[in-house]
Design a protein around this ligand. Structure first.
Ligand code: DX5
Ligand code: ZN
Length: 222
């Protein structure tokens, strides 16, 4: 069967930063649902992408919600700045938070959806006691920090485990997959229980990014 219930979030990390306006318009004109915004600090991950001023510039032209993935240590320092720069969803890393419950509460108090991202080595079971306080879990299917990496297959098991874990306490939980996603694995990810597909290089690296988004949005699954 064909499903279009899932969401597609092109990752701006793979855009042409010198032509950012054009790439933002491409996402606006496509069937994408969200903009995925990767913020890095060179400490939590071994790379630096762009910061809140650039995100704010994107927000000015974006006609779809900004899904912000904070790959930074001690993210509490920047939650308000992130909201003010236009975030609709704020996702922090499990591995970067000492008081995750407090951080998630702070995100929701700002009026944003609260997300947690898990590195490939972090089991989904560690989220058991905060599942009710979450809107989204981002399962990293590559080690965070860079676009264009190879998808890690253990991700399928993690999606199924999380779907089961959340079934009673938070059935509306959105499961997002980030890293190495494209038409080759999208159907299998949706079958496993994913709701949001982040796609960087498979969209922006495509000959026609609008068509690439369309293909992901109308992927055949089941
Ligand atoms: C990686 C970022 C991803 C990245 C995905 O650390 O979180 O969002 O842009 O890029 P692709 O889709 O190329 O793997
Ligand atoms: Zn990301």
């Amino acid at each position: 069967m064909s499903t279009t219930k899932h969401l597609i979030a092109p990752s701006v990390l793979a855009a042409d930063f010198a032509r950012l306006y054009d790439d933002v318009q491409m996402v606006n004109n496509s069937e994408a649902d969200w903009f995925h915004i990767d913020i890095m600090d060179g400490v939590f991950v071994p790379n630096i992408s762009f910061g809140f001023p650039v995100m704010q510039a994107i927000a000015k032209h974006a006609q779809k919600p900004l899904d912000v993935h904070l790959m930074i240590v001690d993210p509490d320092r920047y939650l308000k700045t992130c909201k003010d720069a236009g975030a609709a969803v704020i996702t922090v890393h499990y591995e970067a938070c000492h008081h995750l419950h407090r951080t998630l509460s702070a995100i929701r108090e700002l009026g944003c959806k609260a997300g947690v991202a898990l590195n490939p080595h972090t089991p989904v079971s560690l989220l058991k006691d905060v599942l009710a306080d979450l809107d989204l879990v981002c399962i990293m299917s590559v080690n965070p920090g860079f676009g264009g990496q190879k998808f890690i297959p253990q991700t399928y098991t993690k999606i199924k485990e999380l779907r089961e874990l959340a079934a009673n306490v938070n059935p509306a939980l959105l499961i997002e997959i980030d890293g190495g996603v494209g038409t080759g694995n999208a159907a299998a990810l949706l079958d496993a229980g994913a709701d949001v597909l982040v796609a960087g290089s498979s969209v922006f690296g495509a000959a026609d990014p609008i068509v690439a988004v369309k293909e992901l949005k109308h992927i055949e699954s089941g």
